[in-house]
Design a protein around this ligand. Sequence first.
Ligand code: PDD
Length: 319
Amino acid sequence: MTAVCDAPLDPIVYLNRELVPLSEARVPVLDRGFIFGDGIYEVAPLYAHAGGRTPFRFAHHLARLARSLEKIGIVNPFDAAGWRALIERVVAANEADGGLRVDQNAIAYVQVTRGVAKRGHAFPAGIQPTVFVMVSPLNLPGAAQRAQGVRCVSAEDRRWLNCDIKSVSLLGNVLMAQYAAENDAFETIQFRDGLLTEGSSSNVWVVKDGALFAPPRSQKILEGIRYGLIEELTQECGIRFEAREIAEAELRAADEILVSSATKELLPVTQLDGRPVGHDGKPGAVFAALYAAYQRAKAKEALEAQQGVNSEFRERIIA
Ligand code: PDD
């Protein structure tokens, strides 16, 4: 699922203490991100609204970034305020440069690798992490795509068993995204040992008899920031939610299937492996209720930012 459209050709990015045009940003070939995929990343939406631009569920994104770093033994180069300030700098630079309009939704991409060292698998001592931040315009799926839903294919999950780390080692996910692309599908939904895991870059949700189900949080999936959000939204909407293992047959017999990610928010899956989902292959009532609740959650965070509830954040990001 590629997310970023209408991106300026040469945005200003942050790389190791410097703001530079993307075309001039360079990392040495011995960077362990290049040589080993030894690094992590984070992708967080920044929504534009009347009062400016507000990052959505940002504290959760920063907490997951900190968790990913900790799990692979890289010292977090910034605290939460430092990350916020850094992203604000990149946003401001791109607004000043004309690459990002104030009324555009944006996506912040953050990557930290272990750094540059002579090639050798184990962690080298005394190196500085490589830090990269890029902010791009975000084009969310439109009303037509939501009304129509998306087609998905399925495949066996052959990735490693540390999928809870948001690692840049994404070859397994890349192959699954390519499988979807080759089959004219939006996403590949994966099964491990006959149980649902997730998409190549999204979490997957199943609706049966009005209740919502998702695979439990574990090392077999990346816990999306939307995972906790949607769990909260089910309470607001009075929808029963259960996190439990979901057999392949249950997915195929679902009334509705949904996918979620930072760049797609929430989308209905209306076809799986060429067959309609549910009785009519149309987006269902649970999708409609949760999508509306998602938009209300965005509006609430925007309003809070305008009213200064997250004032530290607002000043830094929107000033
Ligand atoms: N991917 N699972 C995987 C494997 C993902 O790559 C993603 C997101 C998710 C959903 O997480 P969240 O709700 O926090 O976006 C689940 C991002 C968008 C990406 O790689 O670009």
